[in-house]
Design a protein. Structure first.
Length: 350
């Protein structure tokens, strides 16, 4: 036996490139607009003396702000360092069965990574030929279910009725609904947590609230589920959220008008871009997110990806089965998208 025999080896999640310099960055689904003005003010007005102290391990101030927004109690809210941290804790807490957890074969690729890290058995369930989840495929014994809605990278959203059907057929296992993109065109299923004690809804500040750099995510669920998640969290690291992030998060939640304005601009730009791309021979899924998932009728996605990169325009290409001829394009500002369209027209005419 050697030291290698005792080392855990996994294939890590690979995030989108983070290029430096002057580029148009449409590959990581960041919001093109800054956070609400109050976010900056909250950070500037912090008492720097307090940074020598540990933050509140309960994160109660932010949990109360989120509870007020969703009309629940703070005990229904769990916060973490981005939704990835929240999801990781949820996997560790709820997926403890010998039965496999279930999730789509085309979805957020971090799910299989966490399952491998935590030695959780899993099955990837094929989406259909139109990239839609088939709810009937989840009518079987399992150790838990995780569904991204709207899904990524397909951008396709399902209705609350669709999600509820999966919940009805899986009352004996925890169902996690990852709603990272829900604000851009889908209806949240948060209201179902009273009816289904096995439902955990996860959301993030990274997309619609323009705060990817602050790393704030949260879960909303039955109080008993939040309690056991917190027990696992406190068994790993009590002080996960830093004080500036907590203050910035509260300030963001309190400005609903700015939040809605940004979402409306992104949706408008998404539909404008989709129409322009379709006129060039692209087809797109019915996006309910802040990105488009597109393929061209004649030109290979990988070729377009490389040509755009030469022009310092970054989009996301997945060299994976079934989606290796698609591009995922984040919705930027109208100016960003006009530059993208101009370059795509040039590439298509070559």
């Amino acid at each position: 036996m050697s030291i290698e025999d005792n080392i855990r080896k996994v294939t890590p999640y690979v995030p989108g490139e983070q290029p430096v310099g002057k580029v148009i960055k449409l590959n990581t689904n960041e919001n093109p607009y800054p956070p609400a003005r109050e976010v900056g003010e909250a950070i500037r007005n912090m008492n720097m003396e307090n940074l020598r102290l540990y933050p509140d391990p309960e994160c109660m101030s932010l949990r109360k702000a989120l509870a007020d927004r969703f009309d629940y109690d703070p005990e229904n809210i769990f916060v973490g360092v981005g939704s990835d941290d929240v999801l990781s804790i949820a996997f560790l807490t709820f997926f403890n069965s010998d039965k496999p957890i279930l999730f789509p074969d085309i979805t957020y690729s971090f799910y299989s990574v966490w399952a491998d890290v935590y030695n959780i058995p899993y099955e990837r369930i094929h989406v259909d030929e139109n990239l839609h989840i088939k709810k009937e495929d989840y009518y079987r014994e399992n150790g838990g279910i995780i569904i991204t809605n709207p899904n990524a990278p397909t951008a396709i959203g399902e209705s609350p009725k669709f999600i509820e059907d999966i919940l009805k057929h899986n009352k004996d296992s925890v169902v996690i609904v990852d709603e990272a993109y829900v604000d851009f065109g889908c209806e949240s299923v948060v209201d179902l947590i009273d009816k289904y004690k096995n439902l955990v809804v996860v959301q993030t500040f990274s997309k619609s609230r323009s705060m990817a750099g602050m790393r704030i995510g949260y879960a909303i669920a039955d109080k008993n589920l939040i309690k056991v998640m917190s027990d696992v969290k406190f068994s790993i690291n009590s002080y996960t959220m830093n004080q500036p992030a907590l203050q910035a998060g509260i300030a963001s939640v309190q400005n609903e008008e700015y939040f809605r304005d940004c979402i409306d601009k992104i949706i408008s730009t998404r539909e404008y871009t989709k129409e322009r791309l379709e006129s060039m021979g692209f087809t797109s899924t019915d996006s309910k997110t802040n990105f488009l998932f597109v393929t061209h009728k004649d030109i290979k996605a990988e070729y377009i990806f490389e040509e755009l990169k030469k022009r310092k325009i970054y989009v996301r290409y997945f060299n994976l089965p079934r989606i290796n001829n698609y591009l995922r394009i984040t919705v930027g500002t109208r100016e960003d998208m006009d530059v993208l369209i101009e370059n795509l027209e040039d590439i298509c005419n070559l």
